[in-house]
Design a protein around this ligand. Structure first.
Ligand code: ATP
Length: 239
């Protein structure tokens, strides 16, 4: 084992998770990794089982997200523990392709930290997929909503829990509108989910740190500080 801890990154849509992570990944190349999700859907031409393991997608949360599938689905609910990427930011990250029987068995054995169903297909993130990333001496980033945080707390993954929060609902709404990625309906869903997230993130003991992303520079420094020890571990193991 690498001794690395995974990192759970949570917070409302539009709080700035992707912005901060992209910057961190740019500054620290080959330090962060994303796990490969399982799915029961059929592979598309060119897709290979588990091929995405070493890829570092530019999209935060690609590990947990059946991105293209989610957005071809009409039954996406904000209440799932999968957070929602920008529709424009799709990834061709591959999956571990599996059967419904095998996946249901894995879920019943507690092998999955998240699972959900979209358009008749199951998707999920296994603990083993997270451990595979750590074993490759990469810090595994898990971008999950507050429900996902609670599920991960039931595992023995021992991650660092980080919440990225906007300074206020008004500013969040402005950022989401300025991002121009949402319809009015999806914007309202995100704002509603954000209200709940902002409340729950105040519960003591849920997160190791709550970073208020007001000034981007300061928020970035706070994020780097809390991840410094893990980043050092990766760099030392390389040298
Ligand atoms: N500190 C900041 N000041 C001003 N604008 C910011 C700041 N941080 C992020 N933004 C802008 O806010 C918008 C939302 O940020 P971002 O897309 O990173 O959020 P997110 O938390 O990753 O959302 P999602 O979960 O929907 O992917 C982006 O357009 C980004 O450029």
């Amino acid at each position: 084992m690498s001794g690395l801890r995974p990192v759970v990154l949570s917070g409302p849509s539009g709080a700035g998770k992707s912005t901060l992570m992209k910057r961190l990944m740019k500054e620290h190349e080959d330090v962060f990794g994303f796990s490969v999700s399982h799915t029961t859907r059929n592979p598309r031409p060119g897709e290979e089982d588990g091929k995405g393991l070493n890829k570092l997608p530019m999209l935060l949360g690609a590990t947990l997200l059946p991105v293209a599938d989610v957005f071809s689905s009409e039954d996406l609910e904000m209440s799932t523990s999968f957070s929602c990427p920008n529709e424009s930011e799709t990834t061709d990250e591959d999956y571990h392709f599996t059967t419904r029987e095998a996946m249901e068995e894995g879920i019943s054995k507690g092998e999955f930290i998240e699972n959900a169903e979209f358009s008749g297909n199951m998707y999920g993130t296994s603990k083993a997929a997270v451990e595979d990333v750590l074993a490759k001496n990469l810090i595994c980033i898990l971008d999950v909503d507050i429900q996902g945080v609670k599920r991960i707390k039931e595992t023995d993954l021992n991650p660092i829990y980080i919440s990225i929060q906007p300074p206020s609902m008004e500013i969040l709404e402005k950022r989401l509108r300025d991002r121009q990625t949402e319809t009015e309906e999806s914007l309202q869903k995100r704002l509603e989910a954000a209200r709940i997230d902002m409340e729950l993130s105040k519960e003591p003991g849920v997160f190791d740190i709550v970073i208020i992303n007001d000034d981007l520079e300061r928020a970035y420094e706070e994020l780097k500080d809390i991840l410094n020890e893990e980043i050092q571990k990766v760099q030392e193991a390389k040298s």
